[in-house]
Design a protein around this ligand. Structure first.
Ligand SMILES: NC(=O)c1ccc[n+]([C@@H]2O[C@H](COP(=O)([O-])OP(=O)(O)OC[C@H]3O[C@@H](n4cnc5c(N)ncnc54)[C@H](O)[C@@H]3O)[C@@H](O)[C@H]2O)c1
Length: 393
């Protein structure tokens, strides 16, 4: 049975384009599913970007007024890929109109906003999705299976990190990501949100945490509005102040008793996009890095007292969840955008089959509770329990 679903995308920058292409790929990659996403309308306040959505990507209509996406009767899913400051008003308007929402991480400018957004969507009873795309790498899903099947035994310690260099040049422009009034937090929301979500999925809830943060490059050249990306380097503009953090690290204790270390940074010079985890368990170990997302290092043994050879590299293939939709044989490398296609497929399936699924706004709320504890630790200098966020802005 075919099911047509109307998609409206708000924010046609990097992620807006990626999400739109992902929706467009679903019929092609999942022909048996019957899912037929239709690109109805896209919005961007920069007119040229909105028009690009219509002329190049294939939306029927484009607009500079985001409310028109929500008002369109053919739109069932509102996909929000704007800077963080707009997440709250856009999700609130979309769910008030009874639309399902896909919102990019970090979901708002602060943990408090994430909590408000999650509460609004929960009250409206709509489906939600959140862009924790690294979950969908076939070898990450395989790692999750190994853990839940008990093959690794008990997790004893977990290391998560996300190290990127989009801000490493002192003249990397002052894009919205560096401005508290548009992004809210810096590396915490941008990068740590992914790291905590991955840790939750693989190692379970976090009970308490201590954290520190720093901003290493205090001023940057102003960006030209509507031009470039957060990777742009352009020293020509006057310099403005960076108002959120470049770096965050944390020591965590999981509810299971496992220990964790997390580190994120947007100004590193070596790694290019090192969203990675390593975990140690009583019957094995895992090591994965998005820069080499088609391989994972795995050690599995039954008797920890016997000598074992340590990690062995496993290359992705059709036996790993999701991979078979892209290639028939092993060793053909998948890409970031393929993870987005898998992400949108799972989101649409939850809606059309009417079954709850993750990750959505409830998972984003769990991440936000950990980020809130980290922020309290920055102020107090002490370990903080992870607890519910009071619902007031
Ligand atoms: N999951 C991931 O891996 C990932 C990666 C990158 C970004 N993100 C998230 O996606 C979101 C967007 O990031 P990006 O890198 O695409 O940013 P971007 O700057 O490339 O794109 C944002 C777009 O929103 C448009 N916009 C701004 N205000 C608007 C408004 N009021 N109405 C309509 N459009 C408006 C901008 O003109 C721009 O085209 C952020 O929340 C970010 O955290 C997630």
């Amino acid at each position: 049975m075919t099911q047509t679903i109307g998609i409206g995308v708000i924010g046609m920058g990097w992620m807006g384009l990626v999400h739109s292409r992902a929706y467009r790929s679903i019929e092609d990659r999942f022909p048996q599913s019957g899912l037929q996403p239709r690109l109805v309308i896209c919005a961007d306040d920069v007119e040229a970007r909105a028009q690009q959505g219509r002329c190049q990507i294939g939306f029927k209509q484009s607009t500079t007024q985001w409310q028109r996406v929500i008002d369109n009767p053919d739109v069932q899913i509102v996909n929000i890929t704007t800077p963080n400051v707009f997440h709250l008003p856009m999700v609130a308007a979309a769910v008030a109109a009874g639309k399902h929402v896909f919102c990019e991480k970090p979901v708002g400018c602060s943990p408090q906003e994430t909590a408000a957004i999650a509460a609004t969507a929960r009250a409206a009873g709509v489906f939600s999705g959140v862009g924790y795309n690294y979950r969908w790498a076939p070898l990450v899903q395989y790692a999750k299976q190994l853990i839940s099947d008990g093959k690794l035994g008990q997790i004893t310690h977990y290391r998560g990190r996300f190290l990127v260099g989009y801000g490493s040049h002192p003249d990397s422009v002052l894009s919205w990501r560096f401005q508290k009034e548009i992004a809210g937090t810096g590396a915490l929301g941008d990068l740590m949100s992914h790291v905590v979500d991955m840790a939750h999925m693989l190692a379970g809830p976090i009970e308490s945490i201590t954290s520190q943060q720093n901003t290493y490059i205090p001023t940057r050249p102003q960006a030209t509005p509507g031009e470039g990306t957060h990777f742009s380097v352009d020293a020509s503009g006057p310099r403005g102040t960076v108002t959120n953090e470049d770096y965050v690290s944390a020591l965590a204790r999981f509810a299971s008793g496992a220990q964790g270390i997390f580190e994120v940074c947007r100004i590193v010079n070596g790694p290019r996009c090192e969203m990675a985890f390593e975990l140690n368990a009583t019957k094995g170990a895992l090591k994965w890095n998005f820069e080499r997302m088609n391989e994972i290092e795995i050690a599995l043994f039954d008797d920890a007292t016997e000598p074992h050879p340590g990690n062995a590299v496993v290359i992705a293939g059709p036996e790993h969840p999701g991979y078979q939709h892209f290639y028939p044989g092993p060793g053909n490398s998948m890409s970031y955008e393929d993870l987005k296609t898998l992400e949108m497929f799972h989101f649409l399936q939850h809606i059309t089959k009417n079954i709850p699924g993750a990750p959505g706004l409830e998972e984003a709320l769990q991440v936000a509770e950990v980020l809130a504890a980290m922020m309290r630790s920055w102020k107090s200098g002490s370990r903080q329990d992870v607890k519910p966020i009071p619902l007031k802005l």
